[in-house]
Design a protein around this ligand. Structure first.
Ligand code: SAH
Ligand code: SF4
Length: 433
């Protein structure tokens, strides 16, 4: 989501005539895109601003902050920091050029925390995409779920879905530009509910999201991934759509958060462990093996050792291909912030490490199962470790390295897996596709 926002900001600035620089040493304007999901992420931006100022000799750059921290703290940022010249909220990306212009013209500090105006919606030009082969396509913004620990509904506003016709047009255009994989992205993609059926009228499906998957699959783009899926809205028809369409990739990210019904209720997640297991079973009974990944929060206020053990047991049951573990971080203004954050930092770290150890064991055996088999890999470039190897992602979203040369970049190939590493797979090229 944040990468997609940066791509859009760069496109808007470029279209307005600004040259995008990759050097914080020479740029006239430096914009920090920020995340406030956890306290650490929010604090990082201040450290980065200090670094930029410290290591830059000569003229002071104009510094702006965009994203969630700007949305929540915009006014305070401008009041408290002499370094920050402007703040732009999550709905104001399209207005970045005019804000930058105001500041450059010396009109003083500037702030825009307003909502997105639909007529302003802009695309992302190919040259500002993070990859020439893989593109992010936002389908829904914001969140209405209000999980008690989470800042996102406040920083990103309410759910707003793009109409399907516009998404399909963007995917077809990306395909024409040579992109081979798209990621449909949103806080909860499967809560997709556009105001009109435009583009979905004749499509079969139990939910608007499963219809969207089918209509995007029909564009013929080679690979489609989507993230994140909200457990309560994971209708089995989504699995059917994956079964029916080879280009819908075999990977689902389904954050569980906790394996305890009491904690899930306190988090206001809207599902019980039993419901979550049903969704996992539907995913595991798909025709192709669908890789399953998840997010978990350890140390939510009041989480007992027994409740944490329930999370460990559910993780063992689900056998995730990979797992993001977060220590609970109190976010001011959320309902959970009024609960006593009674699990010490030391205990949160101990639970984090214990869960990480369990997951490492599971992951080793899950990845071992790929050895001897073949995966389809979109080759993205050279491996970071050795120029003799190429690197890409499989349809099941694993990093795969194999000996090969740069002429393969951008191609889809079959790789036979010979070795499972901790977080990736290694193999040999079988053939191109
Ligand atoms: N919409 C997605 C998640 C978006 S935020 C969902 O509901 O599944 C990404 C992840 O950050 C969450 O899944 C959660 O595990 C973590 N997270 C969010 N708020 C947090 C907090 N206050 N403390 C720790 N982790 C948090
Ligand atoms: Fe946050 Fe919950 Fe919305 Fe995910 S569903 S973004 S965790 S409020």
């Amino acid at each position: 989501m944040n990468v997609a926002d940066s791509e859009r900001a760069a496109t808007n600035l470029h279209n307005a005539g600004y040259a995008i620089s990759d050097s914080t040493q020479s740029a006239d304007v430096i914009i920090f895109n920020t995340c406030s999901v956890r306290a650490r992420a929010a604090e990082k931006v201040f450290a980065r601003i200090r670094d930029v100022r410290r290591f830059r000799n000569g003229r002071k750059p104009i510094i702006g902050v965009m994203g969630c921290v700007a949305q929540l703290e915009g006014e305070n940022l401008l009041e408290d920091s002499t370094s920050i010249d402007f703040a732009i909220g999550t709905g104001a990306l399209e207005r970045i050029p005019s804000i930058v212009k105001e500041v450059l013209e010396g009109q003083g500090k500037a702030l825009d925390l307003g909502e997105r105006v639909e007529s302003e919606a802009s695309g992302v030009s190919a040259s500002f995409r993070h990859s020439p082969y893989v593109a992010f396509v936002p389908i829904i913004e914001g969140c209405n779920k209000f999980c008690t620990y989470c800042i996102v509904p406040y920083s990103r506003g309410r759910e707003k879905s793009r109409v399907a016709a516009e998404i399909v047009e963007e995917v077809s255009r990306l395909r024409g530009e040579g992109f081979r994989e798209i990621h449909l992205i949103g806080q909860n993609v499967n809560s997709y509910r556009p105001r009109t059926d435009s583009g979905l009228e004749s499509i079969e499906g139990a939910t608007q999201f499963s219809k969207l998957l089918r209509v995007v699959a029909a564009t013929g783009i080679e690979r489609i991934k989507f993230t994140t899926s909200f457990p309560r809205d994971l209708h089995p028809d989504i699995v059917s759509a994956i079964d029916e369409n080879e280009n819908l990739c075999n990977w689902v990210h389904l954050p569980m958060q906790s394996g305890s019904n009491r904690v899930l209720r306190a988090m206001r997640r809207g599902y019980k462990v039993e419901d979550y297991i049903k969704r996992v079973e539907a995913i595991k009974s798909a025709k192709r093996r669908i890789a399953l990944t998840s997010d978990i929060i350890v140390g939510f206020p009041g989480e007992t050792v027994k409740e944490f053990d329930e999370t460990i047991n559910l993780v063992k049951y689900c056998r995730y291909d990979s797992l993001y573990i977060f220590k609970y971080s109190e976010r001011p203004g959320t309902p959970a912030a009024s609960l006593e954050d009674n699990i010490s930092e030391q205990e949160k770290t101990a639970r984090f490490l214990e869960l990480e150890k369990v997951q490492k064991g599971i992951q080793r055996s899950v990845l071992e199962e790929y050895v001897g088999g073949e995966v389809r890999v979109l080759v993205e470039g050279k491996s970071a470790k050795t120029p003799l190897d190429m690197r890409g992602h499989s349809t099941c979203h694993k990093v795969v390295n194999f000996p090969g040369d740069i002429s393969l970049a951008g191609q889809e190939v079959i790789v036979r897996i010979t070795e499972a590493k901790v977080n990736s797979l290694y193999g040999g090229l079988v053939k191109g596709l």
